[in-house]
Design a binder for this molecule. Structure first.
Ligand SMILES: [Zn+2]
Length: 279
């Protein structure tokens, strides 16, 4: 049975990359419409699908060909992590609020409003028959048929305060909410100037990102998990894979050093090889 939410929920703040005031409202969706974005600039709701992706630099952007909305992955991650099939996501501007840099505020708002099951609307899911692998440089993504949905993610970075972090979770709404949604985005202090010069991270601050400096990690109230970076990469991966347009089923995904571009490419490969199921 497909699910949506029971009532609207709104969150306000500022956008991470553009730094402008931002507001998102989650709205219940009636039909089997999947995850969609609404924006005053769009003529009609824009489905969150791979063929709408218009950029993957430091975030995943989608576009209707005229208007781009930025950094959609944390919103999509919250919806997919909680197993929501149909949701309208209305953005007042071009980017969602950064909140604390994680997906926790979004996931918590969705849980607070409550999930609504929609009798009579069949749920469609994505699974695969055979092992898939994609490599690009040091990035490797693999998927296997499995029971349930599980992830293993490896993040490493040649920095003495980061090193190698490996996380492994079975994806359930409870697990997502407790162990993935709270992991915050992060950046390296040496990148900040270049990012701002490129018009990115303009709304970034210690309120919404962890900064990894040469000698210390600056995180508001400390790190939430010792492996928070890998968990955040998993949060992003779950959000980007949602662009395949179907919830995953009976699949295990292992990703080494993934980023938004590889996530989107891997979602394309999964879509091409998918066996669509009716639950
Ligand atoms: Zn992220």
């Amino acid at each position: 049975m497909r699910t949506t939410i029971k009532a609207p929920a709104t969150i306000e703040g500022i956008g991470l990359h553009k730094g402008k005031p931002a507001r998102v409202t989650f709205l219940p969706a009636e039909g089997a419409t999947g995850l969609r974005f609404l924006n005053p600039a769009f003529a009609s709701p824009l489905p969150a699908l791979l063929n709408r992706v218009s950029g993957t630099a430091r975030g995943t952007n989608i576009s209707d060909g005229k208007t781009t909305i930025y950094t959609v992955e944390h919103l999509l991650s919250a919806a997919a992590g909680l197993g929501i099939d149909d949701l309208d996501i209305e953005l007042a501007g071009e980017e969602p609020p950064a909140t604390d840099g994680s997906a926790l505020a979004f996931a918590a708002a969705l849980v607070r409003t409550g999930l609504l099951q929609k009798p009579g609307l069949q749920r469609k899911t994505l699974s695969i028959a055979d092992r898939l692998e994609m490599t690009n440089g040091t990035t490797r993504c693999t998927a296997f048929p499995s029971h349930g949905v599980s992830f293993k993610l490896t993040y490493d970075y040649p920095h003495p305060l980061v090193g190698r972090q490996v996380v492994e979770f079975t994806l359930t709404p409870e697990e997502y909410l407790a162990n993935v949604a709270p992991a915050r985005t992060f950046g390296f202090s040496h990148e900040i100037e270049a990012l701002k010069a490129a018009g990115l991270a303009l709304g970034g601050s210690l309120e919404n990102a962890i900064v990894i400096g040469e000698k210390e990690i600056i995180a508001k109230d400390g790190l939430r998990f010792p492996d928070e970076f890998a968990r955040h990469k998993l949060l992003d991966l779950i959000g980007d894979l949602a662009l395949a347009g179907l919830p995953l089923k009976d699949i295990r995904i292992e990703a080494e050093r993934p980023g938004h571009a590889s996530n989107v490419n891997f979602a394309k490969l999964l879509s091409q090889k998918a066996i669509p199921n009716n639950d």
